[in-house]
Write a protein that binds this ligand. Sequence first.
Ligand code: NI
Length: 175
Amino acid sequence: MALLKIYHYPEQVLLEKALPVETIDETIIKLVNDMGETMFDAPGVGLAAPQVGESKRIIVYNPSPGASEDDEDTPQEFKALINPEIIASSGSITSEDEACLSVPDYSSDVKRFETVTVRGLNLEGKKLEFDAQGILAVIMQHEIDHLDGVLYIDRISALKRKMYKKKLKKRLENN
Ligand code: NI
């Protein structure tokens, strides 16, 4: 396994609609395993393929995002979804200080659905459908958004987004 480079906003691959995976072959399985390792190393609770420069509809996530990161006895296991989609959603919650590995040094509250029904394939190509709630529902919405070129900063107020872009512009100019 290998750690992958994480792409940062405003790189083009993060702004594009990713392509569906046609065949789950060895290349895809290696990519997924590398994504899982990269996510835990970052550390993060979810990662989408466009974030590592691959315009493919793949996400990985930590199924127990609340578990202590310091607990080294608990093996960190990730789950992967191929071609995931949200087929139903309900309720409303505020995701507090939502952040993204592709949007460094920033976080913001984001309005999200409380419950989502997700459909996709696992790495074995088996069809899955499940409900996610709370933090897991937020992760699903955030990561599946990445597959459509949507970042969480697209879901905050226009004023906040403007302030973030101003800050980012300043930082890029100073580098
Ligand atoms: Ni993200």
